[in-house]
Design a protein around this ligand. Structure first.
Ligand code: ZN
Ligand code: ZN
Ligand code: ZN
Length: 359
């Protein structure tokens, strides 16, 4: 059954009459159409029952057809009111589910065009589908994992003392494309004290011998699936001994989390087993973020591996396991793998060495 038909069934069961999905990851997931987020309205009108329509500007019609969508396309001309067109397709309904990432201007235009329909979010419904990857999606994530692992294996070509994080990052970005991605989504090269900021990107800081360097990188492959992996490097010199103490604890915590994660355990329990080890060693205050995030056509999506998320993991759920320890002003370390729940265990999609890599 197509994804949009499954979404229809869910909408029917939740009492949402029509889903209205604008360009973004949910539209791509449901239809395969990667629409540009333009000022002209593109919107999938997906009723709980009956046939859907993809509303597109006339000048985007060819692109929509070329994407191979198996949905009737209705196009509107420059002087037409696309919201009136959507309203005519929706009809007289009680509840519409709007794309989570719909522009606020459109939310208000749809409120005016459909004044009696209650607006709710469509995202939680679509996430119920996106959160369980099918075999093709797992294969695509596996490929993405292999591609980013190839980049990590080449780190010695670029990461050297005397070069700036920015120079190293530019080389990494080229390699992310060369090794099998179509976009570079992020490049974090956090040397020395910059490693203590989890979302530091790059700077003009010159890498010195003895700096631990956090490298967290990811891209999107041609199939539309994302990679994301973090490793830690040393380019000459020796790291402080308290760094090595913290690193050993981090490795043990991340390993324990990979050993624990499987169908049937909760998302928050994966966070808890790693956090307990880091707490026990006295570094608890320095593990300042959740353990991980789901990944698929977006780098960050459900399920979030965080305290308070009692979601029970199931086969096909893919997410990161990425505990970190951050000592402000000195250094940081994070080990990150993407994993996917199999029928009875866990497949780890990143498999380069997890210890501190001396280049
Ligand atoms: Zn992050
Ligand atoms: Zn991540
Ligand atoms: Zn990452």
């Amino acid at each position: 059954m197509s994804r949009w038909r499954k979404a229809q069934q869910l909408a029917a069961s939740e009492g949402i009459d029509t889903l209205l999905i604008t360009p973004g990851a949910d539209l791509r997931y449901l239809t395969g159409y990667t629409a540009l987020p333009l000022e002209r309205l593109t919107c999938l009108v997906l009723p709980a029952r009956g046939e859907p329509t993809l509303v597109v500007p006339a000048l985007e019609r060819a692109a929509a057809v070329a994407s191979g969508v198996d949905i009737e396309i209705a196009s509107w001309k420059e002087a037409d009111d696309p919201f009136a067109l959507v309203a005519s397709l929706v009809g007289d309904v009680a509840m519409v589910g709007l794309d989570d990432h719909m522009w606020a201007t459109r939310v208000f235009s749809l409120r005016d065009a459909l004044p009696t329909a209650q607006q709710v979010l469509a995202g939680p419904l679509v996430q119920q589908l996106r959160i369980r990857k099918d075999d093709d999606e797992v294969a695509a994530l596996r490929d993405a994992g292999l591609a980013i692992d190839r980049v990590h294996r080449r780190m010695g070509e670029w990461l050297r003392p005397g070069r700036t994080e920015r120079e190293v990052g530019a080389d990494i970005a080229r390699a992310i494309i060369d090794e099998g991605h179509v976009t570079v989504d992020f490049v974090i090269v956090g040397s020395g004290p910059n490693g203590a900021s989890p979302h530091h990107e790059v700077s003009d800081r010159v890498i010195e011998p003895g700096d631990p360097v956090v490298v967290d990188i990811g891209g999107t492959t041609a199939l539309g699936y994302c990679s994301d992996s973090t490793r830690n490097y040393l380019a000459g010199g020796t790291v402080p001994s308290d760094y090595l103490d913290a690193y050993a604890v981090l490795e043990a915590a991340q390993q324990a989390q990979r050993d624990h994660a499987r169908p049937g355990v909760t998302a928050e329990s994966v966070d808890a087993v790693g956090r307990a080890i880091i707490d026990e060693a006295g570094f608890g205050e320095l593990f300042i973020h959740r353990t991980g995030h789901g990944i698929g056509q977006e780098t960050h999506e459900d399920p979030y591996i965080v305290k308070g998320n009692d979601l029970v993991l199931e086969e096909g759920m893919a997410f990161s396991i990425e505990p970190g320890i951050y000592t402000e002003g000195r250094f940081g370390a994070r080990i990150e793998d993407i994993v996917v729940c199999t029928a009875d265990g866990l497949e780890v999609l990143n498999n380069t060495p997890r210890g501190l890599v001396e280049l």
